[in-house]
Design a protein. Sequence first.
Length: 258
Amino acid sequence: MAIRFGAGVRIGVGAPSPNQMRGGTGTLPRGPYTANYLIVAGGGGGGSPNGPSWNVATGRGGAGGVLQGCVTLTIGTTYTVSVGGGGGSGTNGNPSTFSAVPTVAVGGGAGGRAGMNVPGGPGFPGGSGGGGGAYYPGGLGTALPAGTGTPGQGYPGGGIFGGGAGGAGTPTGAGAGYAWPVTGSTYGSGGCGTPSVAGKGGGGCGGTAQDGKVIIAVPNAGYSGTYSPSPAITISTCGPGYPGKTLITFNGSGNYTA
């Protein structure tokens, strides 16, 4: 059964087909729609220690790169997502991608190693740079350079001990993470910064970093419900600032069909 309004406007009654938009008591043809996205790479690991007495002089890991914005999704197109893992001791984080967005979120830079009998090391570059380690020849401490960040994704690491993040690292502490307005949550803090957030850098002493995350916020009317794999994805609704949207949160790699 169908109801016609004027010339060429037709609203059918019943379940919508995959290429139709849900709305009212009938259906309308679905077209491209705009989605918000957040892409967070894996954080960089803390600097590798050089003996138990010098763990405190290792640099903290930098946060994974953070990308956010809006993108138009085409009906029926399958978009792939890859979520980068956090780095281990002295290792950079891994990148995260969303195929609708050409830019790759760069993994966080590892922190620099400590040094006494052997030279210490600088922080590594990444989405946000790792904090520099320290070198103590003859008992005199020398702070080594921090790693650089990727423009538009993060910041340089701090000096000794400081890991970069969604906010710049400080000489002795981690940068604050990025608060995404769509969810109101924080992502990508430097090592020893906000705990347990996606893309967080590893702490000193070779601390392991947090994995990344990808979130797509689509209009409820455009949400297709077609995604995989189920165990790696969480479906929820947006916060009060972004009503009428469905959050598709990827904690691991997968895909979504618009």
